[in-house]
Design a protein around this ligand. Structure first.
Ligand SMILES: Cc1ncc(COP(=O)(O)O)c(C=O)c1O
Length: 373
């Protein structure tokens, strides 16, 4: 019965796509780059807010600012929205009707791609790595949204995930044989084209910083697949902005990310030097998407004190790293004391951590029942 209603309505409800790729002009300081995208699609709510962020316990001489890229839109898609503006414009321009991408089982990027693709009238296929790929993965966090928008989920093991590019190409070939027109978007949307989203974000940030007279000295954010770091570090360098860019890696290690960022930046048509980016290694903790109690505690305290909700996988770890570095004598790695933290999103990752978060909340004195305490 439910199925009949669904199928009857499915055609009526098909996306009438009012989004159209528009021609894109880069900032003057980026105009010479060979990788310049021709089109962009206006998916994100820009500019995202830039504000002072009064977190108690910071050293008195540090001025902390926050850029709310968790508010870029498309169902809280965080930093992915900026990359998808270029990646999906390109897919539409090439006549694609389907996108293929990959990630961990709770991938924010895969979910953001699936939701944005659906808004644009494209189907999506997600290759997600999961320790038990033969089982129903359920409906927790990002997976619920993936499935709500009708993404086709393909589960693979962590070992198989190491061959993700080959697997995505094979899936694309299968879809082509079925008459579809697939377009592959890499892990995290982190290739040269997607990273233009964060190169472009530097233009936005410079305008806002000037208007707010923020005088920023440092930018700090989470790094998972390197695209955000590539775009920001290249944008800062090309525009000659005297701020230092710090990426807190939430997986792997600094060496891997210097190589990854170098290859993205080279793909964008520029040179990369490790001096362009400070990778704040040492905060992976228990591993990718695994949380230490002290990271979760800091997230809870920040939420209670400032109303800003960080996520356990990316922004919580990055902020834990920043907090830790600022607590150390000298704070040598920072250029100055006006620090911008970019909140890159990830809210739905919280729902996977319910059992670890539970002990952080006290029972109310007198119980839960109104009037009993
Ligand atoms: C919420 C969030 N923050 C930060 C990142 C890291 O960005 P990037 O993949 O560009 O390094 C990701 C994705 O990997 C993310 O989902």
């Amino acid at each position: 019965m439910v199925e009949n209603i669904f199928y009857a309505r499915n055609d009526e409800l098909k996306t009438d796509c009012s989004f159209r790729p528009q021609s894109y002009s880069p900032p003057a300081w980026a105009a010479g780059l060979s990788s310049q995208p021709a089109v962009r699609i206006a998916l994100a709510q820009r500019p995202t807010p830039l504000r002072r962020w009064a977190v108690a316990g910071m050293p008195a001489d540090v001025e902390l600012w926050i850029k709310r890229d968790d508010q870029t839109g498309i169902t809280l898609s965080g930093n992915k929205a900026r990359k998808l503006e270029f990646l999906l414009a390109d897919a539409l321009q090439k006549g694609a009707d389907t996108v293929i991408t990959c990630g961990g089982i709770q991938s924010n990027h895969a979910r953001a791609t699936a939701v944005a693709a659906r808004e644009l009238g494209l189907d999506s296929h997600l290759l997600l790595n999961h320790p038990q790929p033969d089982r129903n993965p359920g409906l927790v966090g990002n997976l619920l949204l993936d499935r709500l928008v009708g993404a086709q989920i393909h589960l693979i093991t962590y070992e198989e995930y190491q061959q993700r590019e080959t697997l995505m190409r094979q899936l694309a070939d299968r879809l082509i044989a079925q008459g579809r027109k697939p377009c592959i978007i890499p892990e995290g949307g982190s290739n040269a084209l997607g990273s233009w989203g964060y190169l472009e974000a530097i233009r936005e940030l410079q305008e806002q910083t000037e208007q707010a007279q923020a005088g920023l000295t440092d930018i700090v954010f989470a790094c998972g697949s390197g695209g955000t770091a590539a775009g920001l570090s290249l944008g800062v360098k090309r525009s000659g902005w005297p701020v230092r860019v710090h990426a807190v890696n939430v997986c792997l290690h600094a060496d891997y990310f210097h190589k990854k960022v170098a290859s993205i930046v080279q793909g964008m048509g520029a040179e990369y030097s490790p001096d362009d980016l400070d990778i704040m290694d040492g905060y992976v903790g228990l591993g990718y998407a695994k949380s230490r109690p002290e990271e979760l505690l800091l997230m809870r305290d920040v939420a209670r004190a400032t109303g800003v909700i960080l996520d356990p996988v990316y922004t919580g770890k990055a902020f834990f790293g920043l907090w830790n570095e600022l607590s150390q004598a000298g704070r040598a790695r920072f250029k100055g004391a006006k620090i911008l933290f970019i909140h890159t999103g990830g809210l739905f990752g919280l729902y996977e951590k319910l059992s670890e978060l539970t002990p952080l909340f006290e029972e109310p004195q007198g119980g839960w029942r109104y009037g009993a305490g």
